[in-house]
Design a protein around this ligand. Structure first.
Ligand code: PLP
Length: 476
């Protein structure tokens, strides 16, 4: 056999030089992002013209590849951590967690089983314990798992709910969610093989909360028709408006009806750390399962979701397989193999960034940041209400605010208002100065700001509103 003459390694010196360049670039990004434009735009043709090439057979100097990536890739990616990235659910991130992710990747730690990396499993257990405590879940019996994001946490939850409540026969099972539930839940339901006839989308009331009476009627009718109501998905912080469903009422219905109570708190649940959020989250501790998304309002870089469960055995009961090739690493029951608690076998070490950032900053700094975000949304609402130009379509709730340009005394038609506000959003985005897109509330086009970035200041918001106003006047 010929000796290995492949060159997939760099020298120590080259690795260090490369690493320092990468760190320099990241630090520069953190330091200067405020002065850069958040929005990247490019057509497929433009991106092809930058990147399309045959797979290179021969290598290129590392720094040359890195320079090319920094110049062409990073600059053509929207910055969801930018203070003026208001749309969807931004990802503010934090530097300590970025470095933690770099460490986890650098050491390539396998976070699947206890034997492979006991410290990684232990840190996942510990950080999940912290979260269980924050959300008032039972400490001993409860459990959870980190996932790639909220969508995977919801899928993991619904798989567990189906297994525990239905076993193998789910032909008559029905699941309830509101018309404001996040689309990832519907995706998960589809992945699990439920038919359309098994999904009940319950309308919401004027505040975008579950219409409880309609829900009760629907459950009763389903029972009379021989269906098996098995799971209800509530939301603590809807993506559109930040609305929190009536968690206590829903928990009582679920208890009475023996229905699995899942709460999707991917975006909003972290608000429990603030005084106002805590009030809204009453009843969250009653859930059978709760999705939390640390890569949103716990300021972690992508990808990090989390599923908490009231009873950790429900996860192992749902996901444990015992293939012969893993027989030597089974461990004992207190030593958790996270591959038995979820879908992935090989898993990156997500707990590390959560652990390091909370240890470094302390939970209180997270609490302050979240409280600041909620106050910022309320201050924004107050500016909008005083302006005479803007209508608050839905008040600031968990750092989300929905509004539209609708100057007093102008009496524009609904269609005209939709056109103006769509125009504002399109112009703002194409100016690249802010990421501010629309959503639909009660059929109206509205502008939506999600203000979960602690770097965003009230001045940033004011500048953005001035920009919007300029575009509105241009159209009217
Ligand atoms: C309420 C809610 N659930 C689930 C998700 C999906 O989370 P992810 O994008 O992390 O998969 C989101 C994303 O915005 C969300 O707001």
């Amino acid at each position: 056999m010929k000796p290995n003459n492949s060159k997939l390694e760099l020298s120590s010196e080259a690795m260090k030089t490369y690493g320092y360049q990468v760190v320099d670039a990241i630090v520069e990004h953190f330091d200067s992002q405020k002065n850069k434009l958040p929005v990247a735009m490019g057509s497929r043709e433009e991106m092809d013209s930058l990147f399309l090439e045959e797979v290179p057979e021969k290598g290129t100097a590392p720094s040359k590849v890195l320079d090319f990536v920094l110049e062409k890739v990073m600059t053509n990616s929207t910055n969801m951590s930018h203070p003026k990235a208001y749309s969807f659910v931004p990802g503010p991130s934090n530097y300590v967690s970025v470095m933690a992710d770099t460490l986890a990747t650098g050491f390539n730690i396998f976070s699947g089983g206890w034997v492979a990396s006991p410290a990684a499993a232990e840190l996942e257990i510990i950080t999940i314990q912290w979260l269980l405590k924050i959300f008032g879940f039972p400490q001993k019996k409860g459990g959870g798992i980190f996932t790639s994001g909220g969508s995977m946490a919801n899928l993991t939850a619904l798989t567990t709910a189906r297994q525990i409540k239905c076993g193998d026969d789910f032909s008559k099972a029905v699941i309830y969610l509101s018309d404001q539930a996040h689309s990832s839940n519907i995706k998960a339901i589809r992945v699990l093989g439920f038919k359309k006839e098994q999904i009940r989308i319950i309308p919401t009331d004027i505040e975008f909360k579950f219409a409880i009476n309609k829900l009760k009627n629907c459950i009763a009718k389903d029972r009379l028709e021989g269906f098996h109501p098995f799971c209800l998905i509530a939301t603590s912080g809807t993506t559109n408006t930040g609305t929190v469903d009536q968690l206590l009422d829903l928990s009582k219905i679920c208890k009475k009806e023996d229905i699995w109570f899942h709460i999707d708190g991917a975006y909003g649940a972290a608000a429990i750390l603030s005084a106002k959020g805590k009030q809204l989250m009453k009843g969250i501790e009653k859930a059978d399962s709760l999705t939390v998304d640390p890569h949103k309002w716990f300021f972690q870089p992508y990808e990090m979701g989390c599923l908490l469960v009231r009873n950790h055995k429900h996860l192992s009961h749902t996901f444990t397989e015992k293939p012969e090739y893993l027989r030597d690493i089974e461990g004992n029951t207190s030593e958790i193999n996270f591959y038995d608690h979820g879908i992935q076998l090989t898993r990156r070490f997500r707990a590390l960034k959560f652990y390091m950032s909370i240890k470094t900053f302390g939970l209180d700094e997270f609490r302050k940041a979240i409280t600041y975000n909620i106050d910022l949304a309320e201050a924004t609402e107050s500016i909008l209400r005083k302006s005479g130009q803007w209508e608050v379509v839905f008040p600031a709730t968990l750092a989300v605010i929905n509004f539209r340009f609708n100057p007093i005394g102008k009496n524009y038609s609904q269609q005209k208002l939709d056109e103006i506000n769509q125009h504002i959003s399109e112009k703002v985005v194409s100016s690249r100065k802010a990421l501010l897109v629309t959503t639909l509330l009660h059929g109206q086009v509205v502008l939506r700001m999600c203000l979960i970035n602690p770097r965003t200041t009230l001045d940033d918001v004011k500048e953005t509103l001035t920009l919007c106003q300029g575009f509105a006047q241009e159209y009217t």
